[in-house]
Design a protein around this ligand. Structure first.
Ligand SMILES: Cc1cc2nc3c(=O)[nH]c(=O)nc-3n(C[C@H](O)[C@H](O)[C@H](O)COP(=O)(O)OP(=O)(O)OC[C@H]3O[C@@H](n4cnc5c(N)ncnc54)[C@H](O)[C@@H]3O)c2cc1C
Length: 495
């Protein structure tokens, strides 16, 4: 014990020599905060926190962690919902949230280069000055790092296949402390923002050289390296937008119309919410969520018709015409507003290209917390998976109408992200245990029915790896090559 204390004190001194005394934190209350995220899962305090501001500081901290054989966990915003950034084995947390520079924006080639601590809110404000916007998930948490959101492969709101993956090139620190560049950033050792001038590289190519290195890190939860700078695709803010809704009584009824709409490329954004999630977004007062939900159609397809500066009226008009044709074929009604929430179209239209505006996150508004299960599927199988969820909820006595549902088409409908949420009151331990049991049981049932869990958090690791042959052994072998001392975020992904 005394030996450990001396070792940590010695390490702290060395860290202070790297970043200065004010950016090395040991205060117990601070360590406590870094031992949690919004998941309400088991906390674990780190021994020390380093607030990094430069890539060199990250590199030197990781090198020191190797020297001391002590775990090191990157954390970019710590709003993670499932404990991915909690330092399961203590050690050093490198807080990247102070790496705040947006280093370069290239509107013509539609990319932005920025550091790991830049939040969606900050990126959106900067890009708006160029008439551009980040390509975001649906209403992300405002404090979330845009880089971790890309690394975590959160589904993007756009249905267009070329926007589904937003990462272009990356600068990262490998678990050995070595610096690594991916794609066309790799042609020069210059700071990434200077590469276009110094090496005439456009920073637009994510592939190669040789292997597609940009795929090494997404989904690895900070176990294969720490991304310090990334450039990602960005998009123009449309000059015109028109949000419309299509209400359905059952999820089955959404299937064929959605396939048709997506194949015809109608609208830039398209997604399905159930009445509960829609009410969580629209309600002014969280107490009104159940009553608003009860008045809405059970399943709502949201479509955002957009146009740019060229022939905007014509573009909106031909999309409306195509929708009218679809409504004739599939016998649905296109709504400009939702029943009882007359300003829904304006509200959704305003919110779509922004992070969530309020500190009370929309999925948590009803009860204070929510447990989510998500996976990939095809739309025609979604109703079957929803039935599995409803069956498991019934077994656990969880009310069906409290469950939130979100379906996000990817690649114009070739695949769908499906997410179900179970809200609960985090200050009631019985409710927490109840929802945890439902979450585990429903996750298991969904996996057994063929739901594809592609992002592996916490208890999902055993569930998924038990089915995937030698995948986990291979991942561990790669881990051992990249991280010979096994110091980077140990415990995650079953490492
Ligand atoms: C089931 C589920 C549902 C979710 N739903 C939503 C939602 O509706 N809305 C929403 O906004 N978010 C949601 N999230 C959270 C989201 O997907 C990510 O967890 C979040 O983007 C992580 O952001 P963060 O910056 O807070 O993470 P952090 O906790 O900082 O980091 C996440 C992981 O990445 C690693 N990491 C951090 N920084 C770096 C870096 N620079 N380089 C390499 N690795 C790094 C960490 O070690 C950690 O493992 C959900 C998550 C889960 C699991």
């Amino acid at each position: 014990m005394a030996e450990t204390v001396t070792r940590i004190a010695e390490l702290t001194e060395k860290l202070e020599a790297i970043v200065g005394t004010t950016r090395v934190l040991r205060d117990d209350a601070v360590l406590e905060r870094y031992g949690r995220d919004t998941s309400h899962g088991p906390p674990q305090k780190p021994d020390v926190v380093v607030l990094a501001q430069t890539t060199e500081e990250v590199q030197r901290t990781v090198q020191l962690a190797n020297q001391y054989r002590i775990p090191v966990t990157p954390r970019s915003s710590g709003v993670g919902f499932y404990g991915a950034g909690i330092p399961e084995q203590g050690g050093i947390v490198i807080d990247m949230s102070h790496m705040k520079k947006i280093r370069r924006v290239d509107p013509r080639n539609r990319w932005a280069l920025y550091e790991a601590g830049v939040t969606y809110g900050e990126l959106q404000t900067e890009l708006a000055q160029h008439g551009m916007r980040p390509i975001m998930p649906l209403l992300p948490h405002p404090e979330k790092s845009a880089i971790t959101s890309c690394l975590e492969r959160e589904p993007r709101l756009s249905t267009k296949h070329h926007l589904d993956e937003t990462i272009l090139t990356m600068e990262m620190v490998l678990p050995t402390g070595d610096l690594f560049h991916t794609g066309s950033m790799s042609v020069s050792a210059a700071p990434p923002e200077k590469i276009p001038e110094e090496a005439h590289s456009d920073l637009c190519n994510f592939m190669g050289p040789g292997i597609d290195w940009f795929r090494l890190i997404p989904g690895s939860l900070g176990t294969y390296g720490i991304v310090t700078v990334m450039n990602t695709k960005i998009a123009f803010i449309p000059t015109r937008q028109k949000v419309v809704f299509i209400g359905f009584k059952t999820l089955e009824q959404c299937v064929e119309p959605c396939y048709y709409i997506l194949r015809k490329l109608i609208g830039d954004e398209c997604f399905i919410l159930n009445n509960r999630h829609m009410a969580e977004i629209l309600a002014q007062d969280p107490d009104d969520i159940p009553s608003i939900a009860a008045k809405l159609p059970p399943f709502i397809v949201v479509l955002n018709l957009t146009a740019d500066a060229w022939f905007p009226d014509e573009k909106i008009a031909y999309q409306e015409q195509a929708l009218r044709e679809a409504s004739r074929i599939f016998q649905f009604i296109v709504l400009d507003h939702l029943p009882y929430v007359t300003d829904a179209a304006q509200t959704i239209s305003r919110l779509l290209y922004q992070p969530w505006h309020n500190s009370e996150y929309w999925k948590f508004r009803a009860q204070g917390a929510s447990k989510e299960i998500f996976f990939l599927t095809q739309l025609q199988r979604a109703p079957e998976f929803l039935t599995v969820v409803h069956e498991r909820a019934a077994v656990h006595g969880y009310p069906r109408d409290a469950i939130g549902l979100y379906l996000q088409p990817k690649q114009n409908g070739r695949a769908f992200h499906m997410g179900v949420n179970f809200p609960y009151n985090p200050s009631d331990p019985d409710q927490q245990a109840w929802v945890e049991a439902l979450f585990l049981d429903a996750s298991k049932a969904l996996v057994q029915h063929g739901a594809f869990f592609y992002r592996i958090y916490g208890p999902w690791a055993d569930l998924v790896y038990s089915q995937t042959g030698n995948l986990h052994i291979t991942l561990k072998r790669i881990k051992k090559i990249l991280d010979p001392n096994m110091i980077m975020n140990p415990g995650k992904l079953g490492f």
